[in-house]
Design a protein. Structure first.
Length: 278
């Protein structure tokens, strides 16, 4: 009998299911949603994200830098920046994912820069940024591709005009950058392989394990093993809640998603979802 209760799992309410970066981290993603958050664990993705607090307080950690955002404040999470959200009480927030496809204009005009990270001017945000995000939330799915690109350009034009640029140097378009992006996709596609790790991935991309480790450290502030197991645990819980797997035991799903032991799964689950009991 299943004893894991939904209330015991930190859920991503914006899409009614456990957050699964494999399903969200693609180049043509262009989506904004408003929802009540209970926070989320450390993660990263290849797309740019705007995170706005409508009401409440959220402690945001981006690449080791922390700020508490409150009503009307916002931040930009640039691609491959590790980030997490913590709250004392549920907070009303809006997020917007803008795929790399729609950021090409920004990177073309500002090849060595990234947008400012912390957007703390409440009046400006509410007047200029929040209406643009509301339009994406309401119409984003029906927008034409060129319109999406134009809307993304308008958002970051406002940010650069008012806030300027961030301190982090833009990740340049290079062979190494594209390989790291490909590594992320490779993990999404092969997370269920129990042998997936630094050595196997390095061999797949023609690197030595030491070289690949150095590249990952340069671009992504998340341990590779942690990232792989985070993807695995997201999929275990997603599959566990799928009615199609009602007759499949948790132990079977753990193994199917590539975990070599229940203990490794429990550690990843505790880190991500703060479980009480299974």
């Amino acid at each position: 009998m299943r004893t894991m209760k939904n209330a015991e799992i930190k859920r991503d309410k914006k899409e009614g299911q456990i957050q699964d970066e494999r399903q969200r981290d693609y180049g043509s993603r262009f989506k904004a949603e408003r929802y009540v958050t209970e926070g989320f664990c450390m993660h990263f993705h290849r797309n740019t994200e705007l995170y706005c607090v409508n009401k409440g307080k959220v402690s945001v950690l981006i690449n080791g830098e922390n700020k508490i955002l409150s009503d009307g404040q916002a931040c930009v999470i640039n691609r491959l920046e590790s980030h997490s959200y913590e709250v004392g009480e549920p907070a009303d927030i809006t997020y917007c994912h803008i795929g790399v496809l729609y950021m090409e204009s920004f990177y073309r005009f500002y090849p060595q820069k990234e947008p400012a990270r912390w957007l703390m001017d409440v009046d400006f945000n509410r007047e200029k940024l929040f209406p643009l995000l509301k339009e994406i939330r309401e119409r984003g799915a029906s927008m034409r591709e060129l319109e999406k690109a134009a809307k993304a350009a308008a958002i970051f034009d406002e940010i650069v005009r008012h806030y300027g640029f961030g301190a982090r140097k833009h990740i340049e378009h290079s062979r190494s950058t594209y390989n790291i992006i490909d590594v992320v996709q490779y993990i999404y596609d092969h997370y269920s392989d129990p042998d997936l790790g630094l050595k196997k991935i390095a061999g797949e991309f023609g690197y030595s394990p030491k070289t690949l480790s150095a590249l990952i450290t340069q671009y992504i502030d998340v341990d590779l093993r942690v990232f792989i197991n985070d993807i695995r645990v997201q999929n275990v819980i997603y599959m566990y809640q799928d009615p199609a797997n009602r007759g499949v035991s948790l132990a079977e799903l753990i193994e199917k998603c590539g975990f070599v032991s229940k203990m490794t799964f429990y550690r990843a689950y505790n880190r991500n979802f703060k479980f009480k009991s299974l």
